[in-house]
Design a binder for this molecule. Structure first.
Ligand SMILES: Nc1ncnc2c1ncn2[C@@H]1O[C@H](COP(=O)(O)OP(=O)(O)O)[C@@H](O)[C@H]1O
Ligand SMILES: [Mg+2]
Length: 420
């Protein structure tokens, strides 16, 4: 105790002392030179040193050159330097290089007798790791009232910051979900409103086309109108109508859905000379909407086939996995890889834009846009890797879906079909 007492240079004689405690309260030590004998002053200093040592906050003092003159136990714990290591060192010891200029402005305030209150910043531990702190820095005066240094009280706010951040993240997620829900509802009602007149017009055009005595020119116009109308219907079907409203999410076996889609597409694959390699784990469950998940899978399979007009290889897998960004978050990964044309560097940033297509009249440009919206709605993430290098071009789409159940002990169904 005596060791620290000497190192803590505070004026205990001139003015009442206020000391911040870790709960935010202040301890007051009314000590004046007139009424205090040497003995009383020493006992007050002793009490003060005890408070400093037992504080949960790091309490450090430094002189006006920025040299550390005292260092309490919490400072040892917080920064990893022992008192002996820290004292005599410049305060820059614990300031990250990119924040060195902070110290100049702090010392400047201190020299002018001003405090720095609850300054939230970052400091560095002995092992180089960073710690978020709230600092209160006050001038220390000698018995003549001259400013000779500063005392710093630092509180670790890493945890509080983390809580704040995760709160903010969940608020953002909520807002996003709300937006998507609103967009989904709008889309669903739009689809409904558009579909009815669309089928009336389609029917009317069909009847019109079969009216006898129509001039070839009129026939031609009706054909154009029908084609364009069919295109419109496709757009509505591909985008709007897949957002269902009011359905309750269920546990969906992702592997089973993918197997079904592959089955539906099988004759198309065969016709296009596409061979399939599949490795589908079953029993991996996503909590969501099976129609929407199916829509994602179908859109991706369709894109893959369309990228291989001369045939090629398609590999599809469903397996347990981890998040790329959050190692601890587990999920179910769906990968769809094709040996198709690949996506050029210029095109890549735009593929998720609505109505962006490189397939002219044949494409709607809605497939990936819709897929991404539906994946986000399920809290999943999508990643695209692609190469259009000659000889080994291809695209791999990888989606991580959050797992609704256990993801260990899964059976894997694998097989391959080679197109004739
Ligand atoms: N597997 C793939 N291989 C090559 N290009 C792809 C693939 N998937 C998507 N693309 C590119 O992304 C664009 C947008 O895809 P999408 O939104 O599904 O619309 P569409 O298929 O109607 O063009 C496509 O036009 C194509 O250029
Ligand atoms: Mg598409």
């Amino acid at each position: 105790m005596a060791r620290q007492m000497r190192k803590f240079e505070l004026d205990v004689q001139k003015q009442p002392l206020e000391f911040p405690k870790s709960d935010g309260e202040t301890v007051q030590l009314p000590v004046t030179r007139d009424s205090t004998s040497q003995e009383q002053a020493e006992s007050a200093t002793g009490r003060l040193a005890a408070i400093v040592e037992s504080s949960d906050d790091a309490i450090i003092s430094k002189n006006l050159d920025g040299t550390i003159t005292s260092w309490n136990e919490s400072a040892e714990r917080m920064f990893g330097y022992t008192t002996a290591e820290a004292i005599g060192q410049p305060i820059s010891l614990i300031i990250p290089p990119d924040r060195r200029s902070e110290e100049d402005s702090i010392l400047d305030r201190i020299r002018h007798g001003k405090r720095v209150d609850h300054f939230e910043t970052v400091r560095m531990r002995k092992d180089g790791s960073l710690i978020e702190l709230s600092l209160t820095i006050s001038p220390v005066r000698d018995s003549h009232g001259r400013i000779v240094g500063a005392s710093k009280v630092g509180r670790d706010i890493t945890e509080r910051r983390q809580t704040e951040r995760s709160l903010q993240e969940s608020e953002e997620r909520l807002r996003k979900t709300e937006k998507l829900a609103a967009a989904g509802q709008l889309a669903a009602s739009l689809a409904h409103e558009i579909n009815n007149p669309l089928s009336s017009v389609t029917n009317a055009l069909y009847l019109l086309k079969h009216i006898p005595g129509l001039t070839p020119e009129a026939q031609n116009l009706v054909t154009i109108a029908s084609t364009e109308l069919a295109r419109m219907a496709r757009i509505v079907r591909q985008s709007l109508s897949y957002y269902r409203k009011g359905l309750i999410p269920k546990d969906v076996d992702l592997g089973a859905i993918v197997a079904e889609s592959l089955q539906v597409f099988s004759s198309k694959f065969e016709r296009s000379h596409v061979s399939i390699k599949q490795k589908l784990a079953t029993g991996l469950v996503v909590h969501g909407f099976s129609d929407e998940i199916r829509q994602v899978v179908d859109n991706l399979l369709l894109n893959a086939v369309e990228a291989m007009p001369e045939g090629g290889r398609l590999s599809v897998a469903v397996h347990p996995s981890r998040d790329w960004k959050h190692e601890t978050r587990r999920g179910i990964r769906l990968t769809i890889g094709d040996s198709g044309s690949g996506i050029s560097r210029e095109v890549r940033p735009r593929i998720f834009e609505p109505f962006f297509t490189t397939k002219a009249e044949k494409g709607t440009g809605l497939g990936l846009w819709v897929a991404r919206g539906l994946i986000a709605k399920h809290d999943g993430t999508i990643r695209v890797r692609s190469s259009n290098a000659k000889g080994h071009s291809g695209t791999v789409i990888s989606i991580l879906w959050p797992a609704a159940g256990p993801i260990e002990d899964v059976k894997v169904r694998s097989g391959s079909e080679v197109a004739s």
